[in-house]
Design a protein around this ligand. Structure first.
Ligand code: SF4
Length: 316
């Protein structure tokens, strides 16, 4: 059990919710899925088991603490370093929050536990439910969200429809797009039909702007997101600004270079190589490889060796 004193974080400024005070319902990283783009990191406990991930006493005291700070935030948001509905006290916590906090209550969820009637009934009473839905086809769902093997996309879609019919508040579905994974025409057609079936109040489009859990996960351009929003219809909006996306691209370039450096070092540990070989193995210009190798030499990570008149690089 955790020795945390509070589960609150923020308030953080959120484009979707304004000033949002968060309450974390599960620790890093307990989730029913292992999304390739997750900004929290890789899931270390992929589970469907609902448990007391944080004690009721801690949840209760955190809600009362939020009450005292009520003038500092616009929305009280249930979230976590994973899926918040996995905490067995989720239903009770929402009930208490609704009783003591006057500001709107929001829940960020991946919608995988909506087949549990008490979870769905509780969410039906919340002001704003923000479920994520990144795919319309099961194959794509498995690729982007890497769910627990017992989770089926068609059940998520059915349960979201049921929740939408039962709820008193609003449902804002978020779709996060990853280049080359869920942005094909076929996938967009499937997503559109799932969303029309669920009929949420809003569809919010996002892409990868923070370092993702898995390597090689790339954002979509702002223009492509806009085009998808047009395709999905009037309720769809892009919730990331063009400027934020430009900044993110710079971060991704740096990340890619860091990844390339790691891979070159691994390669040289297995096989001493000349520059030309590295350039063709990694499909990167010789000048860039040379620059990386120079840095490695100055850091003492690799050595040069002349063999039969040719310069090789090796790492131990
Ligand atoms: S559902 Fe949310 S918390 Fe879980 S892996 Fe996906 S993005 Fe991360």
């Amino acid at each position: 059990m955790s020795n945390k004193k509070t589960l609150l974080f923020g308030p953080v400024k959120s484009r979707r919710l304004g000033r949002s005070l968060g309450i974390e319902m599960v620790p890093k990283k307990v989730c029913t899925m292992n999304c390739i783009y997750c900004e929290i990191g890789k899931t270390t406990n992929l589970t469907l088991e609902r448990k007391e991930y944080y004690s009721w006493d801690l949840i209760e005291s955190s809600i009362f603490e939020a009450k005292e700070k009520e003038d500092t935030f616009d929305v009280f948001t249930f979230t976590g370093n994973g899926e918040p509905t996995l905490n067995i006290h989720f239903e009770r916590a929402i009930k208490l929050a609704k009783k003591v906090i006057k500001k709107p209550i929001a829940v960020l969820t991946n919608a995988t536990l909506l087949d549990i009637p008490s979870v769905r009934e509780t969410l039906a009473e919340v002001d704003i439910v923000l479920p994520s839905l990144d795919a319309g086809n099961h194959q794509t769902f498995k690729k982007i969200n890497q769910p627990h093997p017992k989770i089926e996309l068609k059940n998520i879609i059915e349960n979201l429809k049921k929740l939408r019919e039962e709820m008193k508040g609003e449902m804002w579905i978020e779709i996060l797009f990853v280049e080359g994974v869920n942005d094909s025409e076929e996938e967009l057609i499937a997503l559109k039909s799932a969303i029309e079936y669920i009929n949420p109040h809003k569809i919010q489009l996002n892409t990868v702007v923070r370092p993702p859990a898995f390597k090689g996960v790339k954002p979509l351009s702002f223009e492509k997101l806009k085009k998808i929003a047009d395709f999905l219809g009037k309720k769809a909006e892009v919730i990331i600004s063009k400027e934020r996306l430009e900044k993110a691209k710079e971060t991704f370039k740096t990340l890619e270079k860091e990844e390339l450096k790691e891979r070159i070092l691994e390669y040289l540990k297995r096989r001493p190589s000349p520059i030309e070989e590295l350039s063709s193995a990694f499909k990167v210009e010789k000048e860039i490889i040379e620059e990386i190798l120079k840095k490695f030499i100055s850091e003492g990570k690799i050595k040069e060796k002349i063999h039969e008149g040719k310069k090789f690089f090796l790492a131990e």
